[in-house]
Write a protein of this length. Structure first.
Length: 78
């Protein structure tokens, strides 16, 4: 795994764990989950699902983001 992939993986893990705790987050009034990364390339990759490096991870991130939105929580990747 390269650093780029590791950054994408970490973003995905943060969102996946947020989805798993979505009910508790909502119960505490959380409406936004912010994930921070120091990799601009990884952040940019999360915005599109085009073929290329990190596509599978970007798709997983997108699925987790949609799941959070379904719970009324907006994901923000910075």
């Amino acid at each position: 795994m390269e650093v780029f992939d590791a950054e994408l993986w970490a973003i995905g893990v943060a969102l996946r764990k947020s989805v798993a705790r979505a009910e508790a987050l909502r119960a505490h009034g959380v409406t936004t989950v912010a994930v921070f990364s120091d990799s601009q390339a990884a952040i940019r990759r999360t915005v599109h699902l085009d073929p290329g490096p990190g596509q599978q991870l970007a798709r997983a991130i997108n699925e987790h983001a949609r799941a959070l939105r379904a719970h009324g929580i907006e994901p923000a990747i910075h």
